[in-house]
Ligand binder design. Structure first.
Ligand code: AMP
Length: 441
């Protein structure tokens, strides 16, 4: 009797405690929203959780100034490293980070470090935006994350196995750490949901594509969107009036044909394997080769590994997936390194031709991401001898630009040529702020 009585009392206490806790956290959220609404300012954390790292930036919005940026690397490996810069204050923490929750905990510690941090308490953060790679045809823009969106990200994990699972772990860890603040998903696929049917449809049996939702969805959308908007500013044109070819050349590589500021064709497909030659990914391939190898006994997991991790620049050169290494090796006489770069540049060139036809000419071609921003050689090899198409590169201007914004076309080029360092975070933070406050910047 006595023990039943205590048990009932204990349950009532727990209920009361839960109700109080929920009331307190909702009151905190209301106050935070009220403060935000009144002052129109908000600190927004942007998180990009990759397969073994979490990159982040803390912004003061709406100004868009970066209060802190950092990275936790080699999560779940034997040695991890976390570092943060906030103004001229730098923190480095070397301790093992077994999972994403602990990764977020370290980020919380660094952000609130009394000497070198950026804020006094995590409750100052009003909203959190997350990069999510795959939202398929369902997601057409950034969205507030609720249980339905979490389920969707989980469902799409099968199609983006390298990206969606860590993206989701980052979201769940941030929800745990930051409590009941708006969390926003910014999807790499969203910018490409304007592709017309003729560009996104594969000529597989139509009913099969419908049933299994097989279509081109596209990737790197936030980057293509950012450089599109920036190119419009540089060209002094309305962003809804520019026609562009945007080349995102990094670890993953993709190109977009942009008409009137909207994506109308794109090189990556149903998965991020299609299109350009990449560091270790195959790009375009006769599907018959996959059937041929399967018939010869290659398993699905062997093919998966081959197409995602052993092909591309690494596959051809046999030595490296990094353009910097390959440039050095090629200069030193390594024929396979030179061949890898030849195939890489030729594929980009071929798609420039295709997209000029799609767009009936364009205002500008943009190069961005690690290779696009860093390699004058790749830009030259891609763009030289295209004068008949209205493209004339200024070799000296091109050689002078590395990792910074600049214009590289000759005076008589009909098409403008730009290097624009990508800034996916700024697109994400603007969307997150807008969805959290209802104020569009
Ligand atoms: P991202 O995915 O944008 O970080 O790009 C990473 C890739 O950019 C690396 O794998 C390198 O191949 C390439 N990269 C970075 N810097 C340079 C550079 N200065 N020159 C050529 N390639 C570069």
């Amino acid at each position: 009797m006595c023990s039943r009585f205590s048990f009932a009392r204990l349950s009532r206490c727990r209920l009361l405690w839960t109700a109080l806790w929920r009331f307190k956290s909702e009151a905190e959220t209301r106050n935070r929203r009220k403060r935000t609404h009144e002052s129109s300012s908000m600190k927004v954390l942007i998180i990009n959780s990759g397969s073994s790292s979490i990159k982040y930036q803390l912004y003061d919005m709406p100004q868009g100034s970066v209060l802190a940026k950092g990275i936790v690397q080699r999560i779940a490996e034997s040695e991890s490293e976390a570092s943060q810069e906030a103004g001229d204050r730098r923190i480095v923490i070397n301790e093992r980070v077994p999972n994403y929750e602990q990764g977020l905990d370290i980020i919380g510690r660094m952000l609130t470090d009394p000497e070198k941090g950026a804020i006094a308490a995590l409750t100052e953060i009003g909203a959190c935006g997350h990069r999510v790679v795959y939202g398929g045809e369902t997601i057409k823009g950034s969205v507030l994350i609720d249980d339905g969106i979490i389920k969707l990200i989980e469902e799409y994990s099968e199609l983006a196995p390298l990206h969606n699972p860590p993206n989701l772990l980052g979201i769940l860890a941030a929800k745990r750490m930051l409590g009941n603040i708006p969390q926003v998903g910014c999807f790499d696929t969203a910018f490409h949901q304007t592709l017309p049917e003729e560009a996104y449809l594969y000529s597989l049996p139509y009913e099969l594509c419908q049933k299994m939702k097989i279509r081109r969805v596209g990737f790197h959308g936030t980057s293509h969107q950012y450089v599109t908007e920036r190119a419009a500013e540089l060209l002094k044109k309305d962003k809804h009036a520019v026609n562009l070819i945007t080349c995102h050349l990094g670890n993953g590589c993709s190109m977009t044909a942009v008409r009137g500021g909207r994506s109308v064709d794109h090189t990556m497909g149903f998965t991020p394997l299609e299109g350009l030659v990449m560091g270790t990914r195959i790009g375009d391939l006769d599907p018959g080769i996959v059937l041929y190898l399967a018939r010869r006994g290659y398993s699905i997991s062997e093919l998966d590994k081959m197409l995602f991790r052993q092909s591309g620049l690494l596959g051809i050169s046999g030595t490296s997936n990094d353009v910097r290494d390959l440039e050095q090796r090629a200069a030193a006489g390594d024929a396979r390194a030179k061949l890898a770069l030849d195939v890489f540049c030729y594929r980009i060139r071929k798609y420039i031709g295709a997209y000029l036809a799609v767009l009936n000419g364009c205002d500008a071609i943009i190069f961005t991401a690690g290779i696009g921003e860093g390699s004058a050689m790749v830009r030259r090899r891609t763009l030289e001898k295209m004068e008949a198409l209205g493209i004339t590169l200024d070799i000296e201007k091109n050689n002078a630009i590395k990792g910074r914004e600049g214009r590289i076309d000759a005076d008589d080029s009909r098409i403008a040529l730009f290097v624009i360092p990508t800034d996916e975070e700024i697109v994400m933070v603007r969307d997150t702020f807008a969805l959290a406050t209802g104020k569009t910047l």
